[in-house]
Ligand binder design. Structure first.
Ligand SMILES: Nc1ncnc2c1ncn2[C@@H]1O[C@H](COP(=O)(O)OP(=O)(O)O)[C@@H](O)[C@H]1O
Ligand SMILES: [Mg+2]
Length: 342
């Protein structure tokens, strides 16, 4: 097997604020294999963007990686400073498609010049090489090459998105991070972007970290996924494992909050309670307050991410995971009985 593109190991990230330290990420681990699309899913505030920023070396000034490792192709990059990131990693090896990415284009610069700028900062490519590459990528994302010298405003919103994807791919990165690329877009635009990301997968050897709050999007687009809650990874593994055989209560409940094409008539659930406040040290399962199956033991320590039923590629951080199949089935039976009575 080839080396994974990205390995996040026991990552802890804190934000220092005047009031308190925020434990934004606690002991997070996941792996993205070569050419795989990996989803990172969880509700707003659970720490997804913090992880993305730490990978690309762009944590906010008050943020700090307090423990753990980020390995890119086996090499530890968690301690890289801005300069080292720019030289070795950013754009060239890992590129980011930011949220509301259409707005990330420089409005007063032609696209070809934006590409030349990128190549100048991060590579020693000739102008011709950059332009040849941009032409190829315009073709891949379905934009006419004659438009390479246009300004961003000359493109429609959907085309601007494709330009952003082409620029992200320009320097041939191994990994693209897309942080909520479709949030705040309409369904048609969302579908278009996802279709492009799938086309790219066929044409180019690149991995993707797709960050979203929408578990159904991850299920449709990705090969593997991690579910996050309150700064902790609740569960990670292949889509088959995490989506079809979830072992963590949050993964089980999260699925029921999104429409499932397999059960179109199923009522959508909501998850009770509010996201946890993450100040200070995290010393318990951050889902315990909202979990229907929590026990006193769940508050004794931050639960470690461990193999589910001995499978080292399917990890979960629930100390009751071995009982979860039975507990969830019982809950479903109970709900059906209640439905029949009503
Ligand atoms: N610069 C910052 N200073 C203090 N707290 C922050 C900062 N950035 C994010 N946070 C907090 O860290 C937690 C995780 O945020 P974030 O990674 O943006 O979550 P997500 O992307 O999943 O919505 C949240 O509680 C958020 O309020
Ligand atoms: Mg975010």
């Amino acid at each position: 097997m080839t080396e994974p593109v990205l390995e996040v190991e026991n990552l802890n990230i804190r934000y220092h604020t005047q009031q308190a330290d925020i434990a934004a990420v606690t002991d997070a681990s996941f792996t993205i294999e070569e050419g795989q699309y990996h989803g990172l899913v969880g509700e707003s505030g659970c720490g997804k963007s913090t992880i993305a920023k730490s990978i690309i070396g762009g944590l906010d000034a008050n943020g700090e990686i307090s423990a753990g490792k980020i390995k890119f192709r086996g090499k530890e990059i968690q301690d890289f400073d801005d300069e080292a990131h720019n030289k070795e990693i950013r754009w060239k090896r890992i590129a980011m498609i930011p949220q509301a990415s259409m707005n990330s284009l420089d409005p007063v610069m032609r696209i070809n010049n934006q590409a030349l700028d990128l190549a100048e900062v991060h590579t020693d490519w000739t102008e011709k090489k950059t332009m040849d590459r941009l032409r190829e990528l315009f073709d891949i994302v379905g934009l006419p090459a004659e438009r390479m010298r246009d300004y961003p405003h000359q493109f429609s919103g959907g085309m601007q998105q494709r330009v952003v994807i082409a620029l992200a791919l320009l320097l041939g990165p191994d990994l693209i991070i897309a942080d909520e690329p479709t949030t705040a877009l309409d369904v048609i635009m969302q579908d278009q972007i996802m279709a492009h990301l799938q086309e790219i997968k066929e044409d180019i050897d690149v991995s993707l970290l797709l960050i979203t709050h929408d578990i159904s999007l991850v299920f449709e687009e990705c090969d593997s996924m991690a579910v996050m809650h309150g700064g902790q990874i609740a569960e990670s593994g292949s889509i088959r494992d995490v989506f079809y055989d979830p072992k963590h209560p949050y993964s089980i409940l999260l699925q029921k909050t999104f429409p499932d094409i397999r059960y179109p008539d199923q009522e959508l659930a909501t998850i009770d309670g509010t996201p946890p406040v993450l100040s200070g040290e995290v010393t318990e399962c951050t889902f315990a307050d909202r979990c229907p199956w929590a026990e006193p033991l769940c508050r004794d320590q931050a639960p470690p991410l461990e193999p589910s039923e001995g499978d080292p590629t399917h990890l979960n951080s629930c100390i009751r995971s071995h009982e979860m199949d039975d507990l969830a089935a019982e809950e479903t039976r109970h709900a059906e009985v209640t439905d029949d009575i009503n």
